[in-house]
Design a protein around this ligand. Structure first.
Ligand code: TXA
Ligand code: MG
Length: 324
């Protein structure tokens, strides 16, 4: 299994960039979660992302670029508030959805007239994207590097666990350590008069409103924009995720450090604050599966910061429970 893994020297980045140009896949770390990258202008390479992930092919992908200077390649207009957001929060855990240019083709956008773009804040991701641009690349399409509906990977080992059986011998997984944020980027639709948050993340509504002086529009469910991470069941481990309940004997438990562990319950994680909660959430869900636990009880954190993104992901991880 190990043959995919690569370290992150400058030479390794240059050869990873060449693999992308050749149409191979390169999984790489970002500050949020690991992404499964392909040349965003190569329809065959992008088709492989869909088959490796087992994801429906009409779901749009985020294009990753090394800096804001590349925006004009991918989008045809950018309102002033979007420029402000990009200047403030890039590189960082934020994706902007804007009107696409002609290089953002249907196989990237899921046939929509918009494209999602992001500048990630991770030395390895940025080095890879810069190396890719140096050899003529325009942008790297990268969904989270997990099988469709599963928990996103926050380490290279988790990428291997998810995808080793589906990758080809010329694909690569860059090991850049554990991700700092731990949940996926905030997705902001910037095609209207005001920003609209499609997926909450580390860039919060409060931060967006403070910077832009605009009221963030609430996302209307059932809207025509497709965000696969907003399906009811997503981010799901094999264990049942049960929210805000008293755990029974043999259950796993994840809760902030000040919450005590009942007798005969397996304490999986005790984050000290919401940042650490987000940071270790997905690794904890994976741990529950490795331990073959049937149930994992998670006491949701309160607050309006990263806690909103955590509760959003937990609701979907637990959705199976509601269904059956
Ligand atoms: O943090 C992240 O955003 C990670 C890292 C790797 O950058 N990527 C990520 O990609 O989470 P993915 O594909 O797992 O989730 C991206 C979400 C999808 O739900 C997709 O539907 C939505 O972004 N999306 C992409 N382009 C869009 C567009 N044009 N309009 C609406 N939603 C879009
Ligand atoms: Mg995903």
């Amino acid at each position: 299994m190990r043959q995919f893994l690569s370290n992150c020297t400058a030479d390794a980045m240059a050869s990873a960039a060449k693999r992308l140009i050749a149409g191979d896949l390169v999984a790489f770390p970002t500050e949020t979660v690991y992404g499964l990258g392909a040349d965003a202008t190569n329809s065959k390479a992008v088709a492989r992302i869909y088959s490796v992930k087992g994801r429906p092919s009409d779901h749009p992908l985020i294009v990753h670029i090394a800096s804001m200077d590349r925006m004009s390649d991918w989008v045809r207009e950018m309102p002033e508030y979007a420029i402000k957001l990009a200047r403030e929060f890039w590189p960082g855990p934020m994706t902007l959805v804007l009107k696409r240019s002609e290089i953002a083709q249907d196989f990237i956008t899921g046939n929509q007239d918009t494209v999602g773009v992001r500048v990630p804040d991770h030395v390895v991701a940025l080095a890879l994207l810069e190396a890719f641009e140096k050899v003529g690349g325009k942008g790297v399409a990268a969904p989270s590097a997990n099988r469709f509906g599963h928990v996103s990977p926050t380490t290279a080992a988790a990428v291997i666990e998810e995808l080793a059986n589906y990758l080809s011998k010329d694909d690569l997984v860059l090991d850049g350590g554990a991700c700092a944020v731990g949940v996926e980027s905030t997705i902001i639709d910037c095609t209207g008069f005001s920003p609209r948050v499609l997926r909450p993340g580390a860039v919060t509504t409060k931060m967006i409103e403070k910077l832009t002086d605009l009221k963030v529009v609430k996302n209307i469910s059932g809207a025509e924009i497709r965000v696969s991470g907003t399906l009811d069941i997503h981010y799901a481990p094999k264990a049942n995720v049960i929210l805000d309940a008293i755990p029974s004997e043999g259950d796993g438990l994840m809760a902030l450090i000040d919450i005590e562990t009942p007798k005969n319950v397996f304490r999986l994680a005790s984050p000290v604050d919401n940042n650490e909660f987000a940071n270790i959430l997905y690794a904890t869900l994976r741990l529950a599966d490795r331990l073959k636990l049937k149930n994992i009880v998670i006491i949701q954190p309160h607050g309006n910061d990263l806690a909103i993104a955590i509760r959003d992901r937990l609701k979907r991880a637990a959705a199976r429970e509601i269904e059956n």
